[in-house]
Design a protein around this ligand. Structure first.
Ligand SMILES: [Zn+2]
Length: 170
């Protein structure tokens, strides 16, 4: 993806308040991110470890989604060790269930959509083999090419983002 400025990132969020977007902390390695290897920027908030954010290019401008670790007992989802975005298998601590408030009024009423995702949100790097899971949960043989794996990841991410924004991908 094309490198983004801090201003672009803070202006991109569709499911949190302007105040929250202004207060969130950027990745600690923001100055040296490997943008060319990223299909989306995802990070755990260095100032609030129960919050994470992701920003993806969409229709020529960045779109940001704010996520949080759901409070215990609120979720009935089956625990997974597989990232639902990039399909990397991890030991259990390598995958986190994160919930995104829906954009707009439905989100302010407390409605969220959740997904299991690599705990460091570095799906782009796992797909490219630039980062390895600490403990892989059952290595799967992949017959897909890198381009196909990236396309699958982008499709999964688009599906998740569409559920948050309520707007289907054109
Ligand atoms: Zn992932």
């Amino acid at each position: 993806m094309e490198p983004l400025t801090e201003k672009q990132i803070r202006a991109s969020f569709v499911n949190c308040t302007k105040g929250e977007a202004a207060r969130m902390r950027l990745p600690l390695d923001f100055a040296e991110l490997p943008w060319e290897d990223l299909d989306f920027l995802g990070w755990v908030d260095p100032g609030a470890p129960l919050r994470a954010h992701l920003v993806l290019p969409r229709d020529g401008s960045p779109l940001g989604i704010s996520l949080r670790v759901p409070s215990v007992g609120r979720t009935s989802a089956v625990k997974s060790s597989l990232c639902q975005i990039c399909l990397t298998g991890h030991a259990s601590s390598g995958v986190t269930l994160l919930a995104a408030p829906l954009a707009g009024a439905r989100g302010r009423e407390g409605n969220t959509v959740g997904t299991y995702i690599c705990a460091d949100l570095a799906c782009s790097l796992y797909v490219r083999g630039k980062r390895q899971p600490k403990l892989r949960a059952g290595r799967q043989e992949e017959s897909l090419t890198l381009e196909e794996r990236i396309a699958r990841m982008e499709g999964n991410l688009d599906g998740f983002v569409s559920r948050v924004t309520g707007v289907a991908v054109a």
